[in-house]
Write a protein that binds this ligand. Structure first.
Ligand SMILES: NC(=O)C1=CN([C@@H]2O[C@H](COP(=O)(O)OP(=O)(O)OC[C@H]3O[C@@H](n4cnc5c(N)ncnc54)[C@H](OP(=O)(O)O)[C@@H]3O)[C@@H](O)[C@H]2O)C=CC1
Ligand SMILES: CC(=O)C(=O)O
Ligand SMILES: [Mg+2]
Length: 415
């Protein structure tokens, strides 16, 4: 067994199984404490909430909790390995919520692939939480599931693989193209993958200025084009009126490659087809579409990013979901809307252009991080993500009329 594989297994197994646990926030030592916390004292907030449901935010932890919910049908790029096997990833997302945004989170695995049953299960428990983060649910079911849950739930519902990924991709892409002396409006974009992440990434890039006709999307059968009769309604949105059929056909003179598909699908020869100074986001986890070593060995004019923590330029939704939920929860946003997503894009990309704090350099093991080819996007442990992204998102929620509370008087919002 490789060293790293064993270390990863040991990390998860010891000193206690798993990555997250709960803490008690109130005194609970004495009979008096217990009388307040449980019977009879607990009856008082029960009666208050029954009288006015909004008081649940005052007397319980609902307002600071997010449920991370999966059915295990698209676990990272590993595929459909079942609900239970997704638990380490969902515990990982909970760890990240707590570590980066002090949000308490429950990971929930729903053992039912039927979208109707999944929707029913989540809708029935949604009121327990301040928000719902859907995770690793495959396309096209994820689109129907998210839409139905947004309609049925009273709290924000956010499919992280769609929108978290799209927000971080857009932020990193705008910066990478700027560094390469290109712009999104004119970029020829190839997207390998046509699932949850791909559809949302391309939609958000269009919102940020990309031209739909410049985007070539591919699934397992090749280029998505208007003559195909096997496309679902989401892929059809990206059907290109073209006679190009293969990855190689569309990569010729392309400025951008976004991989949200699977491991090792882009070869060195493929890379050579792209235009000068290309941007290559090989975002499949854990194994990217092309290894950065191979990409950089093949040509030295590219910017390469992956979804991983152990290479420069980590384009991963961890840069978004803790912080967008922090902002949304803090103003009790009814939903996470387009204005909030775009605000997150610009807040994230701006941080990369500013000097990096010492603590981030120390945590990332880098001597220096300067805006450029190897640093297009902030590191996840950059504390400015919390302040800048949460603040921008909360303000966008207020400005777009979906906030139900003003900015709180906490450190994030004071400066
Ligand atoms: N870095 C990050 O932050 C994130 C990365 N990802 C990565 O993106 C990938 C997809 O995730 P997600 O969108 O949630 O999953 P989905 O199951 O929703 O979509 C997967 C898509 O990839 C396509 N695909 C798979 N294998 C191939 C192949 N050999 N050739 C061409 N297309 C292929 C599928 O094609 P078809 O439609 O024909 O089945 C499908 O369109 C995963 O590897 C995941 O780790 C996802 C979210 C965040
Ligand atoms: C990062 C992530 O959410 C994924 O690869 O699915
Ligand atoms: Mg995911």
């Amino acid at each position: 067994m490789s060293d790293f594989r064993q270390q990863a297994l040991d990390y998860h197994a010891f000193p206690q199984p798993g990555k997250i646990s709960m803490t008690v926030t109130k005194p609970s030592k004495t009979s008096r404490d217990l009388a307040l916390a449980y019977s009879p004292g607990v009856a008082e907030p029960v009666r208050e909430i029954a009288r006015d449901q909004d008081l649940v935010y005052q007397y319980t932890n609902k307002g600071n909790t997010v449920a991370v919910i999966s059915n295990g049908t698209a676990i990272l790029g590993l595929g459909n390995l079942g609900a239970l096997a997704s638990k380490p990833v969902m515990e990982g997302k909970s760890l990240l919520f707590k570590r980066f945004a002090n949000i308490d989170s429950f990971d929930i695995q729903v053992k039912n692939e039927d979208p109707g049953a999944f929707i029913e299960t989540v809708a029935n428990i949604a009121d327990s939480f301040g928000g719902i983060n859907l995770e690793d649910i495959k396309a096209p079911e994820c689109f129907e599931i998210e839409k139905a849950l947004i309609e049925r739930c009273n709290v924000p519902v956010f499919h992280d693989d769609q929108h978290g990924t799209a927000i971080v991709t857009a932020a990193a892409m705008l910066n990478a193209l700027e560094i390469q002396g290109k712009d999104l409006q004119h970029a020829k974009i190839v997207c390998l993958g046509a699932g949850a992440a791909a559809i949302a990434c391309m939609q958000l890039l269009i919102t940020c200025g990309a031209q739909r006709e410049n985007i070539y999307m591919l699934d397992r059968k090749g280029v998505i084009h208007t003559c195909r009769d096997d496309l679902n309604e989401y892929k059809r949105l990206f059907a290109n009126n073209t006679d190009k059929r293969t990855l190689q056909d569309v990569l010729f003179e392309a400025d951008v490659f976004v991989g949200v598909s699977g491991p090792n699908l882009l070869t060195a020869d493929d890379l050579k087809l792209m235009a000068a100074n290309p941007v290559v986001f090989a975002c499949s986890n854990p194994d990217p579409e092309i290894a950065p070593e191979l990409a950089l060995q093949t040509r030295d004019d590219l910017i390469i990013a992956t979804g991983r923590s152990d290479y420069p330029n980590q384009v991963n939704n961890v840069l978004c979901f803790p912080f967008i939920f922090r902002g949304a929860l803090d103003v009790r946003a009814r939903e996470i809307n387009s204005a909030m997503k775009v605000a997150a894009v610009h807040a994230i990309r701006k941080i990369a252009k500013q000097p990096v704090p010492e603590e981030v350099l120390a945590a990332s093991g880098d001597v220096d991080l300067i805006y450029g080819k190897d640093y297009i996007i902030p590191k996840p442990m950059d504390p400015r993500l919390l302040t800048e992204v949460a603040r921008a998102v909360a303000q966008a929620a207020i400005d777009s009329g979906v906030a139900q509370a003003p900015l709180p008087d906490t450190a994030i919002y004071r400066s």
